[in-house]
Structure formats: structure tokens, C-alpha cells
Design a protein around this ligand. Structure first.
Ligand code: CO
Ligand code: CO
Length: 359
């Protein structure tokens, strides 16, 4: 029997100052810092650090490239199993974004063993492991440290055929941009923390964040798409900027085509945007031209850091129908929301509407 008052352990998100991919260090700070260090080059290094791609690829031997990536972050939800699943999906996503197949994973764990029961960590790890299994990969180890603020993620190795690597530098003027998950996870998580939306409002985003980008990646490969990235902490516009810059093209986004989770537009117009959205906006403003008719709530969503977001695919118009068919056949969203254009590298234009009807 217990004597005295029961101490209730704190919730997971109450121990996080920032949530999920919104906790990323801002791109402006990060790129300025990384710019002072010359990226490593090697004849076998097919994709290195220079273009801010989702993962690195090293040519191992004939027909095999090794993909390496790492991602971890603080809790986005209070349910530890779900947090583990979401963090694992997010980490595995960078392998899918490169056109690869995840092979093995190592867990990265920061956990306050004095404040939360170990069972909570057990659930986080179980949620992650279930997603690793679903991805057909192996959990082969990890590293854990005591930390007041919990964090979890994975270092992932995968493989890819070097002739079929998907990078953020393969975009061409005229390519259409297709996104495979709705936007607004940061808005919803922020609103939920402030009790401005219900558990029910959040649930489509939870479902989406804990869905692997595996099916989207197969569709991408089947359709022969060779330029993509996944949308995470830098928001749709930030990841588009990286893709356009690396591809040395400009890009435009059509606000009437943005796929949003329910309530996101209203919550964004009420100002429920995470801190990371402000960082993304400050970084991207010098490169972005907004049409004056743009709805400010929708432009806000462009900067919203996404946790475990979808793939942003750049597809030549003649392959668009095939891509949409491949995605639809796997019950994956195919939102055509913009295009790449000839122009200065990384120059972005946001229009209220698409210039032509959806095909
Ligand atoms: Co990524
Ligand atoms: Co990443």
C-alpha cells in the first residue's frame, strides 16, 4: 500500500520546450554555421552535405549505394507509443526521400529517468520498433543518456541503386510539385498545447505523422521521379527553397491547392503558429515574393514546421499523370500545389491560385 500523496509523473509534452521538427535549429543559423566548414568530398560520395539533401549516399560497390541519415526530437504528443512511432517514421522518411530502402536503425534516446517511469521509455521504444519492422528494417542498437528533456529518434542506414538516387537537385523548370501528406501538423500541435483544439481535431495529423512515406516512395520510383525531398522542420516553403536552390531553378506555390488538415486554416488565422514558423519566415522572406491577394493564414502555413511530413516530388509534366495514378493506387495523397520555373536559383513566388485548372 502507498502512504502519502501519489506523485503523478509529468506529461511528455510538458517536458518539451519545442515540439517535434519545430525544435530544429533555424536554417539561417544552421546554414551560416555549416557554410564555414568545407563539406567533405570523395569520388565515392554521391550525395554529400553541400546541397542540404535529406541524407548522404556513399557508393559502396556495383549497383549499391549506402544511405545514411539521423533525426531525433522532443515529444510531439503525450502518448509515448505514438511519439516513438512518429519519431521513427520521421527518421525513416529521409531514406525514402532519397529513393532508398531502410536497412538498419540505431535508436537515440534522451530520457529523464528521475522524472518519468521507465515504462514510458519502454513504450516510446516499442512504438519506434513497430515502425522499423513495418519499414522492413532492423533495429540493431542505440545509445541512451539521461536528460531532463526527453528526445527520441533514429540513425538510419539504407540502400539505393546509385543510378536511381532521388535528390533535391534533380528539378527542372516546368516540373510540377506534388505533396503526399496534408500540411499543418505544427499548427495543430501548438493549438492542442494551448487547448485551442480538441484531441479529435488533432487525430488526422497523428494518423498522418505515424504513417511511413514508404508507399509514396514506391509510387515515386514507379513513376520514375528523380527529384524530391520530405517536408519537415523547415516547412513546405523551406524545403521547396532547398530543392529549388539545389536544382538552380525558381519555384511557385499555389495557395488554393494546399492540402490542409481540418481546422488548420482557422487556427493559423487565430495565430496558432509554432516558434519555428517565425524562424522559417525570417529565413525565407528575402527569397519569397507574395502576391498581395494571398490569405495571410495560408501563407503562415507555408512556414509551419512539419513533423513527419510528406514527400514533395518534382515531376516533369509528362510524368504527372503516371505519378498521380501510382500514388492514388496506394491510397497516398497527390496534391499538385506548384511548379518549378526558369529563374534565379531558389527564388520563390506565392500565388493565391493555380494559373490553370487541375488536370
Ligand atoms: Co528530410
Ligand atoms: Co531529416
Amino acid at each position: 500500500m502507498h502512504a502519502g500523496p501519489l506523485t503523478i509523473p509529468p506529461t511528455l509534452t510538458s517536458l518539451a520546450s519545442q515540439c517535434g521538427c519545430g525544435a530544429k535549429i533555424g536554417a539561417a543559423d544552421l546554414f551560416a554555421l555549416l557554410g564555414t566548414d568545407r563539406p567533405d568530398r570523395h569520388p565515392d560520395l554521391l550525395v554529400g552535405a553541400e546541397h542540404h539533401d535529406d541524407a548522404a549516399v556513399l557508393h559502396l560497390h556495383q549497383g549499391t549505394g549506402l544511405i545514411q541519415t539521423v533525426d531525433f526530437f522532443p515529444p510531439v504528443v503525450d502518448d509515448p507509443y505514438l511519439f516513438g512511432a512518429i519519431a521513427a517514421c520521421n527518421a525513416l522518411s529521409d531514406v525514402y526521400a532519397m529513393g532508398g530502402q531502410p536497412l538498419c536503425c540505431m535508436a537515440i534516446v534522451c530520457f529523464p529517468t528521475d522524472r518519468l517511469p521507465l515504462e514510458v521509455l519502454g513504450e516510446i521504444l516499442r512504438g519506434g520498433h513497430d515502425k522499423i519492422r513495418e519499414a522492413g528494417a532492423l533495429l540493431v542498437g542505440g545509445h541512451s543518456i539521461h536528460d531532463e528533456r526527453p528526445k527520441y529518434g533514429l540513425a538510419v542506414s539504407g540502400t539505393v541503386d546509385p543510378a536511381k538516387i532521388v535528390t533535391n537537385r534533380g528539378g527542372r523548370p516546368g516540373d510540377r510539385l506534388v505533396l503526399t501528406k496534408p500540411l499543418g501538423t505544427g499548427v495543430l500541435i501548438t493549438a492542442k498545447r494551448k487547448e485551442a483544439c480538441s484531441e479529435e481535431d488533432l487525430s488526422p495529423a497523428l494518423e498522418s505523422m505515424s504513417t511511413l512515406n514508404a508507399a509514396a516512395a514506391v509510387a515515386m520510383r514507379e513513376a520514375g521521379v528523380l527529384a524530391a525531398t520530405d517536408v519537415t522542420g523547415f516547412g513546405l516553403l523551406g524545403h521547396l527553397y532547398n530543392l529549388a536552390s539545389a536544382s538552380e531553378v525558381a519555384a511557385e506555390v499555389w495557395l488554393d491547392r494546399l492540402p490542409l488538415f481540418p481546422k488548420v486554416q482557422a487556427l493559423a488565422s487565430e495565430g496558432h503558429l509554432p516558434g519555428g514558423a517565425g524562424r522559417n519566415r525570417r529565413w525565407l522572406t528575402p527569397y519569397t515574393e507574395f502576391d498581395p491577394a494571398c490569405d495571410p493564414a495560408l501563407t503562415g502555413v507555408l512556414f509551419d514546421p512539419q513533423t513527419s511530413g510528406g514527400l514533395l516530388l518534382s515531376v516533369p509534366p509528362e510524368q504527372l499523370a503516371a505519378l498521380k495514378r501510382e500514388l492514388a493506387g496506394r491510397q497516398v495523397l497527390a496534391a499538385e500545389l506548384g511548379r518549378l520555373t526558369a529563374g534565379r536559383a531558389g527564388e520563390l513566388r506565392v500565388r493565391p491560385e493555380a494559373p490553370f485548372p487541375e488536370e
